[in-house]
Ligand binder design. Structure first.
Ligand SMILES: CCCCCCCC/C=C\CCCCCCCC(=O)NCC(=O)O
Length: 507
């Protein structure tokens, strides 16, 4: 194995160890990843710029030798502010407005010895889970170039999934760290909003508090996500952003868990592989001695409505305003067409749709979704929940037509629970045959079928959820899923007669 292949094969924990022990130099790691990134970018169009300042940072990196991420090259979604760089979010009017300062997360990471070296792509205005904009174009999926990488942190997911970065940062207000992770076979984590500083994470909607956005790490394995959290959660972050809590990162240990699970949600399209992924992981968790309890999410339709009315409280007017002067990317056409409809026409349409699509038409009711959900967890005495995440990767331009699927991810932004995604399987021929069941389930199901047809072999992931501020528990649960899946793959490899599709190794 060449030195470059060896470096690229190391997990983040192994890489940091080798760097700290001087078995590898920051220079050889940096240039190896840079070369790989350029190669991956040529194929996938996942990057927006190489951060030239990183070459300067590399020269003085020796002074950060005690940092947790000493010498680690790191990728960043473009909306994380970097001093003297634009964060365009794909919107023309944000071009040529360089930031005055780095965002807090980047400042802390630099102190911890990490070297941000590349910025990554996203969908225009960030409120979509595809990955295309008129400035940087469409990012492709590393596992099938005919599919999207997902979004909005799709550049990160594609780059990491193809091996061009060992750790990166995305942002997530509706699934943007988790959905592209699911599409590209990597792990993505949405911490409890507030646990990590959002200061300097640019968003199109400033001041909106109903559905909270948060930055979150994305990487090939769960240990890397945990190491990232450990590096960020320190006194310096709290000093730079006193809105974050003085809550040290608790690595803890894993005990037997009581796990709620569900494999679909009411009125929300779900693909056959999403359901199968949950069922297979449930079986593995049971075999490992955990207790699995059926869980029916409460008030899902109320929550869908709150998400929509919270994130788009003005009916999409701010969103349209931000796009003024920009060409509108094709991935946004379906959304923009809806936001442009006059309110009176929308009301008439809602009235007509009510019998067929009650969730999309009902009026906002007062409800306490957070406490009702917590009460449901307490009644069942749950530690965590296992559930589906949107997947497999869609054909281009379908994400904007399937906003009806975002309750799979956005529910946990609305509730402000923490949630992460772990790849567990690949789409089988049987999953593909089962797509015929979507023919019966109404218009959105038929659109979903078109979006995912031809997906055999693509990654399938599951979602792990924990209560607010239980980020460490969520990561421990994700790690348990990851390990059980790995072990099952080994066992299946040894018993070649068994089904071998469950588990795979993309990396
Ligand atoms: C049953 C129908 C329910 C529909 C509920 C739809 C709610 C739609 C409201 C807004 C669309 C949000 C799309 C979110 C995609 C992910 C975006 C994201 O996380 N971006 C990250 C960021 O902005 O930082």
């Amino acid at each position: 194995m060449t030195n470059a292949l060896y470096i690229l094969s190391l997990s983040l924990s192994e890489l940091t160890k080798q760097l700290q022990e001087s078995a590898l130099s920051p220079e050889e790691v940096f240039y190896t990843y840079l070369e790989k990134t350029l190669d991956v970018h040529q194929k996938l169009n996942c990057c927006t710029e190489i951060i030239l300042d990183s070459f300067e940072q590399l020269k003085t990196i020796g002074s950060c030798k005690r940092g947790i991420l000493y010498g680690v090259p790191l990728s960043l979604k473009e909306n994380l502010l970097l001093k003297n760089h634009d964060s365009s979010c794909g919107v023309v009017k944000y071009l040529n407005q360089p930031a005055d300062d780095d965002c807090v997360l980047v400042k802390v990471l630099k102190e911890q010895g990490a070297i941000p070296f590349v910025r990554t792509n996203f969908p225009q205005a960030l409120l979509n889970y595809d990955c295309s904009n008129p400035i940087y174009g469409q990012t492709l999926n590393p596992h099938n170039l005919q599919k999207t990488a997902g979004g909005s942190s799709g550049g990160e997911a594609a780059l990491i999934g193809a091996g061009g970065s060992v750790i990166g940062i995305g942002t997530d207000i509706g699934g943007s760290a988790r959905i592209p992770a699911s599409f590209c076979a990597i792990c993505g984590f949405k911490p409890t909003a507030g646990r990590l500083s959002s200061k300097g994470c640019k968003s199109i909607f400033r001041g909106q508090k109903t559905v909270l956005s948060t930055p979150g790490p994305m990487a090939r394995d769960v240990d890397s996500l945990a190491l990232f959290m450990k590096a960020e959660i320190c006194e310096q972050m709290v000093f730079l952003d006193p809105t974050t809590p003085l809550l040290p990162f608790d690595e803890g240990s894993r005990n037997s868990l009581r796990i709620g699970y569900f494999d679909c949600i009411e009125q929300t399209p779900t693909s056959p592989s999403m359901t199968r992924g949950v069922q297979e992981v449930k079986a593995l968790l049971e075999q490992a001695g955990h207790t699995l309890v059926p869980f029916t999410p409460v008030r899902i339709l109320d929550m869908a409505e709150l998400m929509s009315k919270g994130a788009l409280a003005d009916g999409g007017a701010t969103f349209l305003q931000q796009l003024e002067g920009s060409p509108v990317d094709p991935v946004l056409h379906a959304q923009v067409a809806m936001y442009r409809l006059p309110i009176c026409l929308r009301k008439v349409l809602a009235f007509i749709l009510k019998p067929f699509w009650p969730s999309g038409a009902r009026l906002l009711r007062s409800s306490d979704c957070v406490n009702d959900t917590i009460a449901q967890w307490r009644r069942l005495n749950l530690d965590v929940v296992l559930c589906p995440i949107i997947g497999p990767a869609f054909n281009f331009c379908y994400c904007g037509k399937l906003m009806s699927m975002v309750p799979h991810s956005m529910t946990y932004n609305l509730l402000n629970f923490c949630a992460g995604v772990v790849p567990v399987s690949t789409v089988t021929e049987e999953d593909e045959r089962n797509l015929c069941h979507l023919d019966k389930g109404g218009w959105f199901n038929r659109v979903l079928k078109k979006a995912i047809t031809g997906g055999v072999g693509l990654p399938v992931a599951v979602q792990c959820v924990a209560l607010p501020w239980h980020d460490e528990l969520c990561l421990r649960f994700m790690k348990e899923v990851e390990e059980l899946v790995k072990k099952a793959r080994k066992d299946e490899g040894a018993n070649a007669n068994g089904k071998v599709y469950l588990i795979y190794d993309f990396h």
